[in-house]
Design a binder for this molecule. Structure first.
Ligand SMILES: [Mn+2]
Length: 435
């Protein structure tokens, strides 16, 4: 076997709209909307400087079937640059950009191969001397909904010494957090005899298996708070024995993360504010090459909780932090910046929840009921539905409420429980007796 080097990328989601984010300034929004394209530019740069033999892209190049003209032109430009560098590119399309989506009729550069709606295998040759180095198999989604196990339709490894790569956009082993397109199992993939399965679809980076390699490189640029951490692609070296060496390479310019700030040791909101600023400064100094989008989860228990819950302290703080960051980024650029995506108030008032839960009292009983509703779906639904009934009668409100996630509903219940407890405890103190 001849040694070679290739790049495996997937889920480019070019021109993702970054919708649903509030409070962005114009330049920050622009930075976000440019980020998927910047990641693509970096991918091209990496392929060129590392002198790879070829690049494979495992689906979801575009964010939606109705992709923008801009996304198509930018992708074409990238393909032309790779072609100019004599680097072949192998592409499959996935559920976000199936073959039946309306797109420009364009002639692709000669070294680009897009797999069609049926599995097909092609042999790749080294550009320098024309010697064969690998066999690549793949198929694109004809429509957005591919529900059958297409991996079984790929032909088994041919009787050849060449390294075999399968390009597949699929949900392997039924990942519950992602839609089950082209469901298959690791066993199916191992059974093919291929050396490397270049997967796409799941946006978090995972090496599911080695020998053979079954790999999700993740998307090249995170798009929201559920896509945290460094994003990029794999640069892969295959040596003469067929041994694989995987190197992850970052391509993102905007990076999402969550931090936790506890109010346990805070006596007043100012203590909390200082703690937040300290943690943000730490992120800025340790992630200097990306623009950091940070969610701050507030946890712990102290009397500061009620002040954060009641007043406008968090709104004011958020506006102030964002205003300062916008100014800073305007002058010094986005790298190393920190933008607060949101605060999540998950803290509580200053009482001993564990102790109250044990108590043979009205509060104890209420807390036990609330806890049960929190975990048990039927109970939770009945409480939420009863509370929302008046609002559901209004058409626009109904539309908004239907979009509330289970996590948000749980959060409402938890905050209601906190508030109830505080009111009942205050009442006890005022009344001087147990309820
Ligand atoms: Mn995707």
């Amino acid at each position: 076997m001849l040694p070679f080097r290739f790049i495996h990328a997937a889920d480019l989601h070019l021109d993702s709209p970054f919708a649903g984010l509030s409070g962005l300034t114009d330049q920050v929004r622009k930075q976000l909307q440019q980020s998927t394209f910047t990641a693509l530019d970096r991918l091209v740069q990496l392929a060129t400087t590392e002198r790879v033999d070829f690049v494979v892209i495992s689906g979801d190049i575009y964010d939606s079937a109705n992709t923008s003209l801009r996304a198509q032109l930018r992708f074409m430009e990238a393909l032309k640059m790779l072609d100019g560098e004599q680097i072949p590119v192998f592409i499959i399309h996935g559920n976000h950009d199936p073959l039946d989506s309306p797109r420009l009729e364009v002639t692709l550069p000669p070294l680009v191969h897009t797999f069609g709606a049926e599995p097909e295998s092609v042999t790749v040759s080294r550009r320098s001397d024309g010697q064969e180095i690998a066999v690549i198999s793949g198929m694109s989604y004809p429509t957005s909904k591919v529900k059958d196990n297409i991996s079984l339709r790929y032909s088994k490894r041919k009787n050849s010494d060449l390294f075999h790569i399968g390009l597949l956009h699929a949900n392997v082993d039924g990942d519950q957090e992602h839609e089950t397109y082209a469901p298959c199992t690791k066993k199916d993939l191992i059974g093919s005899g291929y050396h490397y399965w270049a997967l796409g679809h799941i946006h978090s980076r995972r090496i599911l298996h080695e020998l053979p390699y079954i790999v999700y490189p993740g998307n090249i640029q995170g798009r929201h708070i559920r896509e945290t951490g460094p994003k990029g692609c794999y640069l892969i070296d295959v040596d003469e024995d067929g041994t694989v060496a995987m190197h992850f390479r970052e391509l993102d310019t905007v990076r999402w993360s969550e931090i936790i700030v506890s109010i346990n040791d805070c006596c007043q909101p100012e203590d909390f504010r200082l703690e937040v600023e300290e943690q943000l400064a730490q992120i800025a100094s340790s992630h200097t090459s990306v623009f950091n989008m940070v969610r701050i989860r507030i946890t712990g228990r102290s009397k500061v909780h009620q002040m954060l819950e009641d007043g406008y302290i968090l709104d004011d703080m958020l506006n102030e932090l964002r205003r300062k960051e916008d100014n800073r980024a305007g002058m010094a650029g986005f790298a190393g910046g920190v933008w607060v995506e949101s605060f999540r108030l998950e803290s509580g008032a200053d009482f001993q929840l564990d102790q109250l839960l044990q108590e043979d009292s009205f509060i104890g009983e209420m807390l036990r009921m609330a806890e049960a509703q929190h975990v048990e779906e039927a109970g939770r639904n009945s409480v939420i539905q009863a509370a929302m009934k008046p609002l559901m009668e209004q058409a626009e409100m109904r539309q908004l409420l239907l979009e509330i996630s289970i996590e948000e509903q749980k959060e409402w219940l938890r905050r209601a429980m906190e508030l109830n407890t505080v009111l009942l405890l205050d009442d006890q103190i005022a009344g001087g007796s147990s309820v």
